[in-house]
Design a protein around this ligand. Structure first.
Ligand SMILES: Nc1ncnc2c1ncn2[C@@H]1O[C@H](COP(=O)(O)OP(=O)(O)OP(=O)(O)O)[C@@H](O)[C@H]1O
Length: 370
């Protein structure tokens, strides 16, 4: 963003450039933890690596930090290769899940420790420690031992310690997973604030899709050592390119459809009901013949009768407080869920066994890549 004009800058610089990065751990058989992954992470970006356990998120983070050497591929920071640089020479710092604080040292001593190791002058260390404690709102606890503060406060100290040397990139490996739900929500906002205030590039690892959607500028969805899709939270959620992404992030209905025609990124597809609708296609994908369409449950509407795009028989109706989930069986046996937000003015007059009609806006369907 141009601070003067408020206009989003068109030309962004790449902070970390990962190209065809591969990591194979030796063993019988060897484990391909990362299979030729390519990502460009921009300056000042909150970038999240999201995926299920074992998909290679931590491996990619450890390669960027320098704790592991790649089997092949390149890894650059601002155009300079990082691969020959030992971890301590990279302008990169890491916040671990375990925090790794020194329990017998105070909050201030934990933050100053790394700066002392770097041989910074005393006055500069004191000023930075004060600045960091203010940034994470821990000034009043400066003299407490870290064994005597709460989990959330320890997390703040770990962040302050990692930010103190002013790295260009901060790596965060599931840093909120040890916190309870409420604290986790607070810290999500806090992390986002810290990233915005410091302007440091954050590379954040999580398997929690909601956490990724709420905090990130962009997300890379990973599976089995590969990057499946990269995009902004809305892009990934509204336009998943393939079944794995649609399934892993949020709830999705999958419908079989036949492609009638394609123009640019829009396809006309015929549903099993015989109705033809427009749907988005994934970038760069050739779509033809029989395809799978993803439609989010909250993007569909439901009413009694049989005049909509789809009709079927209403099965379970599940009340969730904020919304209600309607499970519909379509004539070909496909299950379709509609999620409606509950409102005092919306009558709850549908019952199990009713014939119902499902409708959705013409452009909410997303054709998935094979
Ligand atoms: N040192 C190692 N030696 C052998 N295999 C390893 C090693 N470290 C990781 N792996 C394997 O590499 C794959 C990727 O692991 P990685 O820790 O990167 O996944 P992850 O996505 O971070 O998982 P999690 O969310 O559970 O931390 C897994 O199959 C894992 O078992």
């Amino acid at each position: 963003m141009d601070r003067r004009t408020g206009v989003r800058c068109q030309y962004v610089t790449t902070a970390i450039n990962v190209r065809n990065l591969r990591k194979v751990y030796p063993g019988q058989p060897p484990v391909v933890a990362l299979a030729d992954a390519s990502i460009q992470i921009r300056d000042n970006e909150f970038f999240t690596l999201l995926g299920p356990s074992g998909c290679g998120k931590t491996t990619l983070l450890r390669l960027i930090a320098g704790f592991e050497n790649p089997t092949s591929g390149s890894l650059e920071m601002h155009g300079q290769s990082l691969i020959e640089l030992p971890p301590y020479k990279r302008p990169i710092n890491t916040v671990f899940q375990s925090y790794a604080l020194f329990p017998h040292l105070t909050v201030a001593q934990n933050i100053s420790f790394g700066l002392e190791m770097l041989g910074k002058p005393k006055a500069e260390i004191a000023a930075t420690v004060d600045e960091m404690m203010a940034l994470v709102k821990m000034t009043e606890m400066a003299d407490r031992q870290t064994s005597q503060i709460s989990g959330g406060q320890q997390q703040r100290v770990a962040l302050a310690r990692a930010l103190a040397p002013k790295p260009k990139v901060l790596l965060l490996d599931e840093p909120l997973s040890a916190l309870d739900f409420k604290l986790r929500k607070d810290m999500q906002l806090e992390l986002k604030r810290l990233q915005t205030e410091t302007g440091i590039t954050f590379i954040f690892v999580t398997h929690d899709q909601e956490e990724a959607l709420t905090m990130s500028d962009r997300i890379a969805v990973m599976s089995a050592g590969t990057i499946r899709q990269i995009g902004g939270p809305r892009d990934i959620y509204d336009h998943p390119a393939e079944r794995f992404v649609a399934d892993f992030i949020g709830d999705t209905n999958f419908l079989k459809a036949d492609v009638v025609s394609v123009a640019g990124q829009t396809a006309m597809v015929r549903l099993a009901s015989g109705q033809t609708i427009a749907a988005r296609t994934p970038e760069g994908a050739d779509v033809a013949g029989s395809v799978t369409l993803a439609i989010r449950p909250e993007h569909a509407g439901i009413e009694a009768g049989s005049g909509g795009l789809l009709s079927g028989t209403l099965g379970e109706v599940v009340y969730f407080g904020t919304d209600t989930h309607y499970h519909v069986a379509l004539p070909d046996g496909t299950a379709f869920v509609v999620r409606q937000q509950n409102r005092p003015d919306r009558a709850d007059d549908l019952a199990t066994g009713d014939m119902v009609s499902i409708s959705f806006a013409p452009d909410v369907g997303q054709v998935l890549r094979d």
